[in-house]
Design a protein around this ligand. Structure first.
Ligand SMILES: [Zn+2]
Length: 262
């Protein structure tokens, strides 16, 4: 569309520059929005690791608790063994058969409890190993996720650098084009841009302003295609600067010639 404007000779001479200015303003605004969105996208990438990090932390906590439990069970074994040893030490000093028999029962009970406690220690050791494997697996998964996120962030940074380069180039290009626009039109453009950012210029097509839909009078349409640098025409509805790409009846022949060029 802007190219057709630039090729058309019949309009206010500043219109092609103004339309180009608008095209650049739209691209610059979209690039800036993208650039401003980068920190949010980086945070979103980081947030993908939250679940994996929490899983590792939970598994490590379970590991600590399992070790504490194993120590407690090992202490049980020690205590039952101590008790059996203490009873055995007493067996030489008992006076009666009954007391001896009772002591033997206590020894048997303590030994049996020690054996049961040893079984529980073994079970707990297996549980600890199981949790250790889980911690290792979750840590490996986290590492993999971290590598994925690092690659994603690197790609984001490359994209950011490219967009920033484009933004700088387009801003410079815009400044060059702006220089060609007469000062009063530059001011007018800036004023309208405050109300309609990125949409200062409106095509008059089908006798309508494409910015707001208001009817454009045929007389104004004729004036839009006249080569005068005295004034530009603004839509009475929205105040945008109007331009026309449509041939009006008397200009149709020339426009057709223009369109037939490759
Ligand atoms: Zn309008």
């Amino acid at each position: 569309m802007p190219r057709r404007v630039l090729e058309s000779g019949r309009m206010h001479p500043a219109i092609p520059q103004l339309v180009e200015l608008q095209r650049l303003d739209q691209t610059i605004a979209s690039l800036r929005a993208d650039l401003e969105g980068l920190p949010k996208r980086q945070r979103a990438a980081d947030a993908k690791l939250n679940g994996a990090r929490a899983a590792v932390a939970a598994a490590k906590e379970a590991h600590t608790q399992a070790l504490t439990q194993r120590k407690k069970l090992e202490l049980d074994v020690e205590q039952w063994k101590e008790r059996a040893k203490k009873y055995r030490g007493q067996s030489s000093s008992v006076k009666t058969n009954e007391a001896y028999k009772a002591l033997q029962q206590e020894i048997a009970h303590a030994e049996s409890e020690a054996s049961l406690a040893e079984d529980r220690v073994l079970e707990q050791m297996m549980a600890v190993e199981e949790i250790e494997r889980r911690v290792k697996r979750l840590e490996a998964e986290l590492k993999e996720a971290e590598q994925g996120v690092a690659a994603e962030k690197k790609q984001l940074e490359a994209q950011f650098a490219e967009e920033k380069k484009n933004w700088i180039a387009m801003t410079a290009e815009r400044a060059e084009i702006e220089k060609k626009v007469p000062e009063e039109l530059r001011d007018l453009y800036s004023r309208i841009a405050k109300k309609h950012p990125g949409s200062v210029m409106a095509e008059a097509r089908g006798e309508q302003c494409r910015g707001c839909g208001m009817r454009v009078l045929p007389h104004t349409l004729q004036l839009l295609l006249s080569e005068t640098d005295e004034e530009v025409f603004r839509c009475e509805g929205c105040g945008r600067i109007l331009y026309s790409l449509e041939p009006i009846p008397h200009a149709r022949k020339e426009a057709a010639n223009g369109a037939s060029q490759p």
